[in-house]
Design a protein around this ligand. Structure first.
Ligand SMILES: [Zn+2]
Length: 375
């Protein structure tokens, strides 16, 4: 291990001898009695030296070994240290241009997963994960691009037909893709977002072995699909025990969730039943909303900023889940309104009339070792 003070944290002097790491108050740590020698020692903890070399360098600054060791231990306990070796190894699994692109993401992970080496482990887990996004509209295409940029090893997008103007969004398809096959354009978008050269069509190094997806995102172009908990597609995912997340925009409302862990959390049918409790006609309305339904909007609304926010929030929830943290879309869903810009989280307990909880399984967690937090 080569200890490194987390480079993502700001270093701020509160007074002449008090150094604060981190600007966000809730997570900031304060190191007291930092004289000139200690400040110089802290500068050396940059990931270029292992422990014994650091202690020897501390001695040359006039600090005895035990004292330096105590500083290192205290920094580790305060979650200020990461392991430069582990970080370098995790990045090494990705091709070179990609390593630089992933730098800020990895720096963020080192703050969220605080133990030395933990962020590296999480990034490796992402590289092995496979996510399938169903739907390449404004939400789906952008979501796939963001996941690829976040280091998810394999992101596939399934959809039919050709890119139309209403599928285009700044984080997804640019207008130059109009008329191309959605599947092809999406594959190239994912490729570009992952930082790979467009001519390189091979599977990315670090990509997981071929196999079923770790998680499926249901992001149908017609946002009503994100509300269709009873669809045959969802039932098939439930039977296969495959975790899946609903995301979409319906009129001026964006929705992220529920993220369904079959047998362990509320499912899409639970969501439909919960909505039916509030409006008994909901299933009948839902049937008419379908893609070829008679009640569908003649010119569906999809605000660009709202679609981008939904794609970003959904991608964050997918990554949290893959990283071993339960996002708020498990046993709930988040709504984002274009009318007021508010994000609300609605609780979704398993519905007593839905059979999905009858056979209870432990929460499946594909992320790296560690405890499930949140939920
Ligand atoms: Zn259910």
């Amino acid at each position: 291990m080569r200890p490194m003070l987390k480079p993502a944290l700001a270093r701020l002097w509160r007074d002449r001898e008090t150094l604060q790491f981190g600007a966000v108050r809730r997570h900031a740590r304060v190191v007291e009695s930092v004289d000139r020698a200690v400040a110089a020692f802290l500068e050396l903890i940059d990931g270029s030296r292992d422990g014994p070399t650091l202690l020897a360098a501390g001695e040359r600054l006039g600090l005895d070994r035990e004292y330096c060791n105590a500083i290192l231990e205290s920094l580790a306990r305060s979650e200020l240290l990461d392991d430069a070796d582990a970080l370098q190894q995790a990045l090494g699994r990705h091709p070179r241009p990609r390593q630089e692109l992933l730098g800020p993401d990895l720096a963020s992970l080192s703050l969220v997963h605080p133990e030395p080496g933990e962020a590296a482990e999480v990034l490796q887990g992402r590289a092995l994960a496979r996510v399938e996004v169903r739907g390449a509209g404004r939400v789906g295409a952008a979501l796939a691009a963001v996941l690829a940029a976040g280091g998810i090893g394999t992101v596939t997008v399934s959809d039919r037909g050709r890119v139309s103007a209403r599928d285009c969004a700044p984080a997804g398809f640019p207008p130059t893709e109009i008329g191309r096959l959605r599947a092809t354009a999406a594959r190239e978008l994912v490729h570009r977002s992952a930082g790979a050269a467009t001519t390189d069509r091979r599977r990315r190094p670090g990509a997981g072995p071929a196999g079923p997806p770790t998680l499926v995102v249901l992001a149908p172009r017609s946002g009503s699909g994100a509300f269709t908990g009873l669809a045959a597609e969802a039932q098939e995912l439930m039977r296969a025990g495959r975790p899946h997340l609903y995301a979409g925009v319906l009129e001026h409302l964006g929705v992220v969730g529920p993220l369904v862990v079959p047998g362990a959390s509320a499912c899409g049918s639970c969501a439909t039943l919960a909505r039916t409790d509030e409006d008994e006609a909901w299933p009948r309305l839902l049937a008419q909303l379908a893609d070829d339904g008679p009640g569908r909007a003649r010119s569906p609304a999809c605000d660009s900023a709202l679609a981008t926010a939904v794609a970003g929030l959904a991608a964050l929830h997918v990554e949290l889940y893959l990283d071993g943290v339960l996002p708020p879309s498990v046993d709930g869903w988040c709504e984002i309104s274009a009318a007021d810009g508010m994000v609300r989280r609605l609780r979704l307990p398993g519905h007593p009339d839905c059979g999905c909880h009858w056979q209870s399984l432990p929460l499946a967690r594909p992320g790296p070792a560690g405890t499930v937090r949140g939920g």
